[in-house]
Design a protein around this ligand. Structure first.
Ligand code: DC
Length: 176
């Protein structure tokens, strides 16, 4: 089968990560979690005390950023230079900051190029919010995944509870 570029978009909690990972595994393709890249920018902004509203400071931060995925048995790691930030990107505070930085055009433009570079060789499943529309409008196969609001909130709640040991469903619903 020829190498395809596959995109999976949809809102938070729709089940994109699970589906994308399984599909990539089944096809022997690379799985690219683009939300992790936005989270990587958030971790760097947090570490360097950069105000996400300050475009000049964000621009300087981005020019020194070296985000890359390192394949590893049982999943992949996200590195910024030599710093492994795989766990750091998953905290609730970083989720909030990732959402803020993802609204900044300077960040979206920077990650657009990185994502397109990662997609050049195809044979990949890209998961995100704007994969089939903005990043890869020419993708071979595009999916949009959704689920009911209660199902999405419950999934995020359970994810958070597993990670932090405690979470409040009403709070998750409100945040989403
Ligand atoms: O899917 P996620 O929760 O890991 O994504 C982290 C943040 O980045 C979230 O606020 C949505 C945003 N995001 C985006 O704007 N575009 C993407 N392609 C992927 C994620």
């Amino acid at each position: 089968m020829r190498n395809l570029l596959i995109t999976i978009d949809g809102p938070a909690g729709a089940g994109k990560s699970t589906v994308s990972r399984l599909l990539a595994e089944r096809l022997g393709y690379r799985y690219v979690d683009t939300g992790a890249l936005y989270r990587g920018v958030a971790v760097a902004a947090d570490r360097h005390g950069v105000d996400p509203a300050d475009d000049a400071a964000l621009g300087r931060l981005l020019s020194g950023l070296e985000l890359r995925f390192r394949p590893q048995a049982g999943g992949q790691r996200l590195l910024d230079g030599e710093l492994d930030i795989t766990e750091a990107i998953r905290t609730p505070a970083i989720s909030m900051l990732a959402s803020t930085v993802s609204a900044r055009p300077v960040v979206r433009a920077f990650l657009l190029e990185i994502q397109r570079g990662l997609g050049r060789e195809k044979a990949a499943v890209f998961e995100g919010r704007d994969m089939g529309t903005v990043v890869f409008p020419e993708a071979d196969v595009k999916f949009f995944l959704s689920a009911s609001e209660p199902a999405r909130a419950r999934r995020r709640f359970e994810e958070l509870r597993a990670k932090t040991g405690s979470a409040c469903l009403a709070e998750v619903e409100r945040d989403m």
